[in-house]
Structure formats: C-alpha cells, structure tokens
Design a protein around this ligand. Structure first.
Ligand code: GLC
Length: 583
C-alpha cells in the first residue's frame, strides 16, 4: 500500500515536472534564439600567420617554426581560436611558397617536420586550431609530377597537367594573372604547351584526372593525420576548366572568374573531397574565392551541399584598388548585401586584409600617426562584430601599416613584377603605376612582424629578408602590450567579447540609417540578446540619431574613455567605435 502510494506520488511528481519543463521549454522557445548550428569555425577568430615574416629564431633573416613556437603565448594572448598559416612546403619559392614542389615536406627555411609537430602541439595545448594552406590548383614546375610530365607524353604524370599538343598549332589565348606573356608555355621535350593561371612556374593541375584527385586527397589525409583541423583551398575556383579550350572574346579577362573558373565539375570534385577527407576526418575547408554570384557561393558552402564550409568573396577588397580610396556607402552596401544573401544558409569569412592585399589601416582606415590607433581599433571592431568568421592578418592587431616602396627594384613579389611588366607592355604612365603599386602592392603586408623597438623590430638578429617598416619604433608589440588603450589590447577585448556573446557570431544583422555618410550603425540580435554597433569611419566628430539609443544599457566596448549621448543622439569622436547592449 505504502509502496503503491509512493509510486503514485512519484508518478504525479514526474508528470508535474514534465509539465513544468514543457511549459518552460515553450517559454524558452518563445523567447530564445532560433536553433543554431554551432561550429568552432564559425565562432572563433582566425589569425593568419605569414611564416616568413613572423619571427626568425636562427638569424637567417626568414621567419620559421621555432620563432613561432617562441611566440605561442603571445598568439594565445590574442584570444583567437585558430591559426591559418601560409604555405611552408618544399618549394623553389617563385611565389613565396604558393608553388609547391613537395606537399609532404617542409621547406628547410621554416625548420623540420619535428619543429612543425612541436608547433602544432603547442597550438593544440592552447586550444588553438590549425588551418593548412592547400595549394592544388597548381603545383611548382619543380614538382616531380611536372618534371615527369614535361619529359614525355608517355610519362605517367603527363595527364596531371593541362596540355595543348603543338601539332594543333598555337593554343587559344589564355590570360595569366602573373605572366604578361599569357597563360600557355611551350615545352620542347614533349612538344606541348602547358597552362598556367598564375606564373610560368605554377602549372595548373588537371582535376579531371581521378588519379590526380586521389593524390591530393592523400596529401590532405597526411596532414589531417598529423592533427590539422582545416584547409584553406588556394585559388580553388580555377581548378575546373573548359578543357575543349574554346576561343574567348577579346577583353574577357576582365570577368576572370566567369571565364576561368567555377565550371560545374568543380562541385563534383568538392563533393568527392568532402566524402574522402572532410567528413571522415571532421575537418573543415574554406575556399579562396566565392564565384561571381551569390548562387555560386551558396553552391559552395550551403550545409546540404556537403562541399565546403566557408568561402570568402573579394567584393570588399576589390572595391578600392586605387589611392582614391572607397566610399562608406559602397562598403555598407556590399557587406549588407552579402549578409542578407547568407542570412539563412551558408557561411562566409569576414576580412579586409591578408597576404594578397595592402595593410588594413591604409586601405580602410587612416594611417596618419594621429588616427592610426582609433581607426584600426574601429576596423577591428567592425570585423569582429559582423556575422561570418573574422580573419585577422598578423600585424593588424597592432595597426601595422604599408611601407613606402617607391621604386620597382625593391619589390621581390612575382605579382608586383608581373604587373609592372604588363604595365610597360600596355604603355601605361609608369609614374602613376608606381604610385598605385606602392599603395596597393601585397608586399606592403609582408614586412616583418614588429615585436619591439630593438634593431629589426625584434624579428631577427640577422638581416631580414625584407626591410622592416621604419615605423617599428612606435608600432610594436612591446609598446602596446601593457597599454590598456592600445590597438593590441582593443583587439584582445574584441576577441573576448565575441567569444562570450554568441549574438555577435550568430545574431541577425540589421543596418540602421544606412545613408549616414560617416557612421556605420547596425544591430545584432539573437533571441533576447541585442547589441548596437556604432562605428565612425571619419576623422571628424559625427552624430547619429536613432530610437535604439534610448534603449542602450552598458557599453561593451569603446575605443575612447567615454561616449556622448543626448536622448536619442550619440556623438562619436573621430573613428570612435562603440558596442552597446540594448534592451
Ligand atoms: C592565391 C594566393 C596568392 C598566390 C596565388 C597563387 O591567390 O592567396 O598569394 O599568389 O593564389 O597561388
């Protein structure tokens, strides 16, 4: 009897609890966020390291793995969650490592495989994921595959590349991004022309060949077995080509991606790669490039496609490729358009700089000594408060700037030299060309990391491979590390804020007063959580009137000590960036 009674009581209790939890569940569903697909590669900030320029441990003037190992604590202190490292494989270094001669070997300049493993373990111990650069649209012309392929048409590797047999006459013109002479080069030994989208020393791999594809998957598995967590697929939209090689119309190269990339077969390759590598190893992949349309980008990254996880588009970095600068209205328009196209499906990277662009603050902020600090802080606030995974390029957490390089003799970058050759060929005004190159060249972003104010900025004890930016005495880690108002500490606050507030990762983005000429204002909303982000993109004070301001609670981040609010109006100081929590 007693037992039955307790049994009944228990049942009643369980029913009551169930009812309570159902009600609660309902309440939660009403008030909280829609279901989100949480992934580490969406939530964290990714920090890009150009290994040649980060830290040299042995005095040869080139950055290396042991140098990076020395700075693991610094990297951890940034609050980033993953590192993407540019190529460090065996290579003749024609394009600084984007010409790989052996995908499983480390270039001695960077150290040994043991050094790599130690570095990787150092990241893993600190909870930092590692993203490898996979350069497989092309290899180096010194790769054993190409050396074999060029020796004879009967060679087992001949079909690893794209060839045009010379007995068919001259191949139809193909543009090369780095070679003013065009995209075909003739090889006498096999009497064929090979195709190269980039430099002559970077022959394109033939993805139509299943053997080549398998080789690539094996390479990816080799690194996944070592513990890398992701892959950045270099120039991958060009991996598929129209191999009937039709004639292209004059001037077609202005729409380069349309003519040279994103053929339908690309998706077959990516689906195969997903099944072979990404899925079984639980690693993610990000593609360089997102095609020419939203549909192209969705087809690459939507979850149900099972291809890639993230893509980065170039519309923002392509926006202002001259010293004339850019318009804030266009900047807002581009980011808002992409965000709304990806509000429900797919995921994008958010970036404004990398090893292929000049420095963040020179392109989008104000590098003058007066405004360098607040404008870089403002841009970093933007990058880390948008939807999408923020990619921060080494040195941008300090506000490192472009370096004046007025004459071509100083450039070592194959792209700068190629563009110079092209400009000469086209009879361009070379003074104007050099002015633009000096501003836009990606070599600006490859100068050594500025650690402190000792000789060579603490990057090397030897002669650095590239001159250190003379402003290293003012802009360096040591000078900023303990200054709470520095660019560096602002960056750290931002990574922390993002980590602790999922609303900044997954929240819906809505632009406010989009016609405001100086201020970029938007909200991020996730369930009950809402943040208001206000960024002054100008060197003048500027005000904005918004009803949302009446609801502001605390400010979560502010690159000045205070912010002026008068009823619904906020007045921002030059390049001021504020994030408010709002009701
Ligand atoms: C990508 C890389 C770039 C390289 C090119 C050729 O665009 O980001 O640095 O030069 O591919 O590999």
């Amino acid at each position: 009897m007693i037992q039955r009674y307790s049994g009944l009581k228990l049942i009643l209790l369980v029913v009551t609890l169930l009812m309570f939890s159902c009600k609660n569940q309902q309440k939660m569903e009403e008030s909280s966020a829609p279901e989100i697909d949480r992934q580490w590669w969406k939530e964290g900030t990714l920090y890009q390291i150009y290994p040649q320029s980060f830290k040299d441990s042995d005095g040869d003037g080139f950055g290396d793995f042991r140098g990076i190992i020395e700075e693991l604590d610094y990297i951890e202190s940034l609050g980033i969650s993953a590192v993407w490292m540019n190529p460090f494989f065996e290579s003749p270094l024609v394009d600084n490592g984007y010409d790989v001669a052996d995908y499983r070997a480390i270039h001695p300049r960077y150290g040994t495989m043991e050094d790599f493993e130690e570095m990787l373990e150092g990241f893993q111990k600190r909870g930092i994921k590692f993203v490898l650069d996979v350069v497989v649209n092309h290899s180096s012309n010194q790769h054993k595959w190409f050396l074999g392929a060029q020796s004879s048409r009967d060679n087992e590797y001949y079909d690893y590349y794209h060839w045009w047999p010379a007995e068919k006459g001259e191949p139809p013109y193909r543009h090369s991004l780095f070679d003013p002479e065009g995209g075909w080069d003739y090889v006498e030994a096999n009497n064929s022309y090979y195709l190269h989208t980039f430099a002559e020393a970077q022959p394109d791999l033939n993805w139509e060949n299943p053997k080549l594809r398998q080789e690539v998957y094996d390479i990816m598995k080799f690194w996944a077995d070592k513990g890398v967590n992701g892959f950045r697929m270099d120039a991958f939209q060009f991996a598929s080509k129209d191999t009937t090689y039709p004639e292209f119309p004059e001037g077609h190269e202005k729409e380069f991606i349309k003519w040279y990339g994103m053929r339908p077969q690309l998706h077959d390759y990516l689906k195969e790669m997903y099944k072979e590598v990404l899925e079984p190893y639980n690693v993610f992949a990000v593609a360089e490039g997102a095609g020419s349309t939203f549909q192209d980008a969705h087809d690459l990254v939507d979850a149900d496609r099972k291809e890639l996880q993230v893509a980065y588009h170039f519309e923002t970095v392509d926006m202002s490729r001259t010293t004339d600068g850019y318009e804030l209205s266009e900047f807002k328009e581009v980011f808002s358009r992409w965000d709304s196209a990806f509000a429900d499906d797919g995921w994008l990277a958010i970036f404004l700089s990398n090893h292929d662009n000049s420095r963040l603050v020179d392109r989008f902020g104000n590098p003058s000594p007066e405004f360098r600090t607040p404008s870089t802080q403002m841009l970093n606030t933007f990058l880390l408060s948008m939807r999408g995974t923020p990619y921060t390029y080494y040195g941008d957490e300090l506000g490192m700037t472009n370096m004046d390089m007025p004459t071509i003799e100083e450039y070592v970058d194959i792209s700068a030299i190629g563009e110079y050759g092209m400009a000469v060929k086209q009879g361009k005004d070379m003074d104007e060309f050099m002015k633009q190159l000096n501003y836009m060249s990606r070599e600006n972003a490859r100068t050594p990391m500025q650690w402190n104010n000792s000789e060579n900025a603490g990057f090397t004890t030897g002669k650095p491979w590239k001159r250190v930016n003379p402003n290293y005495a003012e802009i360096n880690v040591a000078a900023q590390n303990n200054n709470p108002n520095s660019v560096l500490n602002h960056f750290r606050k931002m990574t922390k804020l993002r980590k602790n507030n999922l609303v900044l990762v997954y929240g819906k983005y809505e632009i406010l007063k989009k016609e405001h000429p100086e201020i970029y204002a938007y909200t991020r909303t996730l369930g009950k959580d809402k943040m208001l982000i206000l960024l002054n993109f100008s060197k003048e004070e500027s005000s904005i009137n918004l009803p949302e301001i009446g609801a502001v609670q605390e400010s979560m981040i502010n690159n000045y000590n205070s912010v002026e609010i008068d009823s619904n109006t906020v007045t921002l100081l030059p390049y001021q960036a504020v994030i408010f929590k709002i009701n």
